[in-house]
Structure formats: C-alpha cells, structure tokens
Ligand binder design. Structure first.
Ligand code: GDP
Ligand code: ZN
Length: 300
C-alpha cells in the first residue's frame, strides 16, 4: 500500500473534493467517514485507493483559521479554512455602503487576519471627496488601501503584491467587481471552475461549492458564492469593539473595562472622537453594529 500524503483541498462539491498533492498533481478524492468535514483550503492527509482513480481523505490537519457562516438552521457551517487575508471591495457603482465595508473588516479582526480595502472601477470615477476621506481613514488606522480598475488592470498588480504567499478571500457588495478582479488576477479562473465540475461530479451536474485559485505570483484566492457573499456572524455585543481596531486601541484607557463607549462616563473612545483622532463616521458605524448585535442578542 502506498503511504499517506499531505495534500491541500483545492475544490469542494459537497462531499467530493479535489486535492493538490505535494508534487503539484491534482486528484479527486472521497472522504473517509461522516465525521470528517474538510473544506476548501484545508491541509489533509490522503491515500490512493487500490484500483480506483479517487484518493481517500483520512484526516484534516489543524486549522490556523476557519471561516464559518450560520446555515439555514442557524448552526455554524464551515466555508473555508486557513484564510490569511481578506480583501473588501467597494466601487463608485453600486453606491458604496461603508457600514458593509466596516463589518467585513471587523470579521477580519475577529478571525485575526490582515485586510485590504480596494476601491475598484477607477476608470469610471476617481475617488471623490467623501470616498477619498473614507479611504484615507482606513489607511490611517492601518489597512492597505488600493484604488484600481479590474477592467483596465490599473493598480491590480499592487493588490497581487499584497497577496503574495497568502491565501485570501475577496468580499464586498454584489456588483462591485469581485469576479472581474479574481479573473484578472488568476487568469483562467472561470474556466477552471467550469472544467473541474463535470470530472469530479462523475456525470451529475453539481455546482462548485468553492475553489482555491492559485495566483501567478504565488499565493491564492478561495472563491465561491458563499465566500463572496460572506456575511460575518454577529458576535457577542461585548466583542463588537474588537472589530474596530482604533476603538479597541483607545478603549484600553476607558474607566470601565466593560465600557461600551456609549453613555459611560470617562470613556476614552468618546474623548478620542471629540478630539478628532477617531472618525465620527467609524464611531457611528460602531454604535450601529453594537445596536444591531444587542437586538439580536436579546432574541437568543
Ligand atoms: P461582483 O458581483 O462583485 O462579482 O461583480 P462583477 O465582477 O460581476 O462586476 C459587476 C459589473 O461591474 C460587471 O458588469 C463588470 O463588467 C463591471 N466591472 C467590474 N470591474 C470593473 C471596472 O474596473 N471598471 C468598470 N467600468 N466596470 C467594472
Ligand atoms: Zn469607553
């Protein structure tokens, strides 16, 4: 019998997987047992099956991060593993919803991964006053901010550079250009998705759950409808401040360690907002997410 090998899950179709072996070869695979639940991005152990083309996944290695989303029953469902970077995309069209951008960034904070804000479609319109102000704010608090055009390619290399050696995801409102950007950075991405499907699904027509697309410069993007529309799960209200990094930093000086930075006295966050070191827009966005999380928390 051939020894087990380490492999990476590069595509999933419910319980069918496509693996990349260490020598770069890609094979299709089944999963041993019901308890094992590998997802795209997982490092697994696998072995060939005698007389079959399929391999068998026998174990999932420890994950460094896991992206989950509540399924229709409200249970957390794994979307992708070992994500190391999040890119949130906004554009002049559709009109940017900065609250959505903030929520994605707060998801990145809670997973504990770096994030970049991309402003796409600069061939349509360069960032205007308000947009520029918001982008400058993100840059000031430490996020990579990249203005680019997936259509012309201008600025795309800068994003590709930020992703070198990392496995990332690309999120944002529908229509901002996520698919266009993925296709620009990972040539053949669309085709790869289409090609993989029939082979692995053995004649049946199943849609791809998710794929890991290698970038020419090194690094990869995990893509799937579920990941693209990833709605960060709302955490405990006490956790909301952690998703706003400049608020979390200022909160160290609040009088109460459980300060929610709303009506409490001696609040260092409110002081920083008054002094102008924390932006009013981001503070209002924080209060909005806090309120939303509190109202959902009361339903539980
Ligand atoms: P997604 O829903 O975020 O995946 O967005 P798509 O990639 O499907 O793009 C939505 C629309 O925006 C499509 O009509 C694209 O052709 C268009 N689009 C994407 N990127 C650009 C860009 O950089 N410039 C312009 N002018 N249009 C773009
Ligand atoms: Zn406070």
């Amino acid at each position: 019998m051939m020894p087990e090998e380490q492999a990476t899950v590069v595509a999933t179709y419910s319980r069918r997987m496509r693996l990349r072996l260490q020598d770069g070869r890609e094979v299709s695979a089944r999963i041993k047992g019901k308890r094992l639940k590998p997802v795209c991005g997982d490092r697994v152990r696998a072995e060939p099956i005698d007389g079959e083309r399929d391999w068998l996944i026998t174990a999932v290695e420890e994950r460094r991060s896991l992206l989950t989303r509540p399924n229709t029953r409200g249970d957390p469902e794994a979307l992708a593993a070992n994500i190391e970077h999040l890119t949130v995309v906004a554009a002049p069209k559709p009109v940017p919803d900065w609250f959505v951008v903030d929520r994605y960034l707060s998801a990145a904070e809670s997973i504990g991964i770096p994030a970049a804000v991309v402003y796409n479609k600069i061939d349509l319109a360069e960032p205007d006053g308000v947009v520029q102000k918001n982008l400058d704010e993100y840059r000031r608090i430490g996020y990579d901010v990249i203005a680019l055009s997936a259509r012309t390619g201008s600025g795309v290399a800068e994003l590709a550079r930020a992703l070198i050696g990392k496995t990332g995801i690309i999120v944002g409102q529908s229509g901002v250009g996520k698919s266009s950007l993925i296709n620009k950075m990972a040539p053949g991405a669309q085709q790869k998705t289409a090609e993989l499907s029939p082979k692995v699904a053995a004649g049946r027509h199943t849609t791809v759950n998710s794929v890991l697309l290698s970038l020419p410069g090194g690094g990869a993007i995990i893509d799937s409808p579920g990941v693209r529309d990833y709605a960060p799960a709302l955490e405990d209200p006490a956790e909301v401040a952690r998703g706003y990094r400049e608020i979390a930093a200022a909160a160290l000086d609040c009088r109460f360690h459980n300060c929610r930075h709303h009506h409490e006295p001696n609040c260092a966050v409110k002081a920083a907002v008054s002094a102008g070191t924390i932006s009013r827009r981001r503070y209002a966005s924080y209060l909005r997410l806090l309120k939303l999380t509190e109202s959902l928390d009361q339903l539980r």
